[in-house]
Design a protein around this ligand. Structure first.
Ligand code: UD1
Length: 383
């Protein structure tokens, strides 16, 4: 059986790594759309996570949504026609996910979607459109949570394995054989985190580099912040309002480390606002980011991945959005949604740093997702 992974954006490289490690002896190859291309958004993840080099780089780069997705669709189709895989695996919710899923499904190649079923119920988010459409054309929908499986049930998917409860290797024997199959295998980012945290602790010097730790190993309190969502960056007033909130938090004396995404970087350079109280840095490698997150007092973000990493690392989080695809983090008081308004951001910061939080349950599985996915593929396709 021949598998093709289609990826293109930073979070997809992280999700791809655990599965690649298990698929070493399989006939599988990677098609990279080229959506992310800067070294720190792309190659460093392949190097650090030891992901095999892509067999194809479609070199699509940045463009409007239609142009970017359209070009990916046409070039991915060419690669798929040439390689004739038996299955295409797509990850997450980016334009690369949708283009890969569409290209494959139109060629009648089955699609497996990793991170299926997540919903923000906000169709203004490009990611939400990508999620809904990708799920519709997928044959196996690998959900990261029970909630994600239940979301798909609401949308009319019938074959929900084990009622959306986390699958178990031993229960996989009675797997239905007809697509589409919806199955909760847990979150593959948990696998990635578990595989990398120790390495990050051993090899990253980010705390020293940012002078967050003194020679006697005393840690200064700091927050990690990221902003890159279209809804937070395309409107100058919204972005300014968020930055004002961050500046007010910095006034309390905590250092605010802000790795700036390439989407956000040119926009903030043109704003008439003094950001010198914040520590602006280039995008970080996975290991640097994990270590930084793990020791932070709080994470302030609009990223889906970082909301979960905060949860898994037991660090409180405030999310600069009106809704989240990860409601479990909110229900367990580890995450708090705030509007893009300075007062709301400061209030959220105070609320989440007042008392330590700890989540006793594990909504994202056991960190053994890649193994479960492989087992399902074996059973479903009898490989
Ligand atoms: C994309 C995904 C988003 C994901 C994010 C992770 C979509 C619709 N969005 O958003 O879901 O959370 O990746 O980072 O697919 N750029 C560079 N260098 C790069 C990559 C991007 O300079 O290596 C700049 C370009 O100016 C580009 C802008 O960033 O126009 C936005 O890039 P794009 O990939 O379209 O969207 P992201 O904001 O990265």
């Amino acid at each position: 059986m021949k598998l093709i992974h289609i990826v293109g954006a930073r979070p997809q490289f992280i999700k791809l790594a655990p599965l690649c490690r298990l698929l070493k002896d399989f006939n599988s190859l990677i098609v990279h759309t080229g959506q992310h291309y800067d070294y720190m958004m792309n190659k460093i993840f392949f190097d650090q996570l030891e992901i095999p080099s892509p067999a194809y780089n479609l070199g699509v780069g940045s463009a409007s949504h239609g142009q970017q997705t359209g070009l990916m669709l046409s070039l991915a189709e060419e690669a798929l026609l040439k390689e004739k895989p038996d299955l295409v695996i797509v990850y997450g919710d980016t334009n690369s996910t949708l283009a890969g899923a569409l290209a494959a499904s139109k060629l009648h190649i089955p699609v497996a979607h990793i991170e299926a079923g997540l919903r923000s119920y906000n169709k203004k988010m490009p990611e939400e459109i990508n999620r809904v459409l990708t799920d519709q054309v997928s044959s196996i929908l690998f959900c990261p949570t029970e909630q994600a499986a239940l979301n798909l049930k609401k949308e009319g998917f019938h074959s929900i394995y084990y009622h959306g409860k986390l699958a178990n290797k031993f229960l996989l024997s009675n797997l239905p054989k007809e697509p589409p199959l919806v199955i909760n295998v847990g979150d593959i980012m948990y696998d990635a985190l578990l595989a990398s945290l120790k390495l990050a602790q051993e090899t990253s010097h980010i705390l020293e580099k940012l002078q967050l730790i003194s020679p006697d190993k005393t840690l200064s309190p700091y927050a990690v912040c990221t902003i890159h969502r279209q809804e937070n960056t395309e409107n100058v007033h919204t972005l300014t309002s968020i930055l004002q909130g961050l500046l007010r938090i910095a006034e309390t004396g905590i250092r605010l480390i802000f790795p700036v995404h390439p989407r956000t970087s040119p926009i903030i350079k043109n704003l008439d606002i003094d950001l010198s109280p914040l520590v602006l840095v280039e995008p970080l490698s996975y290991f640097d980011m994990l270590l930084l997150e793990s020791k932070a007092k709080i994470i302030i973000t609009d990223s889906g991945g970082m909301q979960k990493e905060a949860f898994l690392l037991n660090v409180p989080c405030i999310t600069l959005r009106n809704e989240t695809e990860w409601p479990e983090t909110i229900r367990m008081n580890m995450n708090y949604l705030v509007e893009a308004l300075p007062d709301a951001i400061v209030r959220g910061y105070k609320k989440m740093t007042q008392k330590p939080s700890f989540a006793a349950v594990k909504p994202f599985g056991e960190g053994k997702t890649a193994g479960l996915i492989l087992e399902v593929l074996r059973k479903f396709y009898e490989i």
